[in-house]
Design a protein around this ligand. Structure first.
Ligand code: NAD
Length: 273
């Protein structure tokens, strides 16, 4: 197999939520594969920490503080990216997550979930991918090429208990991925591809409170249940996502658009029996 299939030399990759655990690892992987990398994150400390790691490996990179829910801030980021790098070839819509206040539990019933928390989760995960796709997708439409990768979740196929807003928003991301793939190919260029990755269960900051007891660090009942339903018998690590990401953004996937790839240790394939 030719190395050119996975070559990203000189490509410019922009990652929203790039200061995060999973997306930070994706940024490193894209850089190691030859891409120039732009970390976009609302949190300057998180963004700069990943930027430092990229630069320490000699990867050409920048970090921009931007909010995926504020169009002005995204437009400012585009101006800076165009003046520093001249273009955007790859967009990873990585900013996303759940919120404790939008999660049912012993002290919070479905009937009492605050509207504000539900809105926050829906907006961050859905609108927070649509707005950057508009702003960066316009650049791709002009150049008639580009790749967008959305980050969905296993709970988009079948909702998980407790996390109502997050499940609904990620299901909407799958639908949006298909919609945008068709729209871009039909209206702008067949060389603009849009796909998504649906990670299974990864032990990270945002879901720790559901998987492990805050005090003891032991698995919660839910954490145990998840491992029981994961044929591979473990949580994922950020590196588990890399092969799928590199494949989706590289020429190797040039006839692939509109799909959602589960990376979940077999969770979605297992009926539990
Ligand atoms: P994380 O919480 O470690 O990082 C998310 C990053 O997004 C943070 O650096 C945060 O500052 C940034 N961010 C939040 N709101 C933002 C905004 N409005 N504008 C710009 N940046 C913003 O998350 P992660 O674990 O790396 O997850 C990355 C993606 O993977 C998310 O979409 C998440 O929903 C999805 N996912 C995670 C898991 C998991 O197990 N962790 C599983 C499935 C899917």
């Amino acid at each position: 197999m030719s190395d050119a299939l996975f070559d990203l030399e000189g490509k410019v990759a922009v990652l929203t939520g790039g200061g995060g655990v999973l997306v930070g690892a994706m940024a490193m992987a894209l850089g190691r594969q030859g891409a120039r990398v732009v970390i976009m994150d609302r949190e300057p400390t998180a963004a700069n920490e990943v930027l430092g790691r990229l630069r320490s490996e000699g990867i050409e990179a920048d970090a921009i503080v931007a909010d995926v829910l504020k169009r002005d801030s995204l437009e400012d980021a585009v101006s800076r990216i165009l003046s520093n790098f001249g273009r955007c070839d790859i967009l990873v819509n990585g900013a996303g997550g759940n919120k404790k206040e939008a999660t049912t539990g012993p002290d919070l019933s479905f009937f009492d979930l605050p509207e504000q928390a539900l809105r926050f989760v829906m907006d961050l995960n859905l609108l927070g991918s649509i707005l950057p796709s508009q702003v960066f997708g316009r650049l791709m439409a002009k150049r008639k090429e580009g790749v967008i990768v959305n980050i969905s979740s296993m709970n988009s196929f079948r909702p998980l208990t407790k996390i109502i807003g997050y499940s609904a928003a990620k299901a909407a991301i799958n639908n949006f991925t298909q919609w945008l793939a068709v729209h871009m190919a039909q209206n702008y260029s067949p060389d603009i591809r849009v796909n998504a990755i649906a990670p299974g269960f990864f032990e990270t900051t945002q879901n720790k409170f559901l998987l492990r007891d805050e005090k003891t660090g032991e698995l919660t009942a839910r954490g145990k249940q998840i491992l029981d339903h994961t044929p591979m018998g473990r949580f994922g690590t950020p590196e588990d996502l890399i092969g799928t990401l590199i494949w989706l953004v590289s020429p190797a996937a040039r006839f692939v658009t509109g799909i959602v790839v589960p990376v979940d240790g077999g969770f979605s394939a297992y009926s539990g029996v």
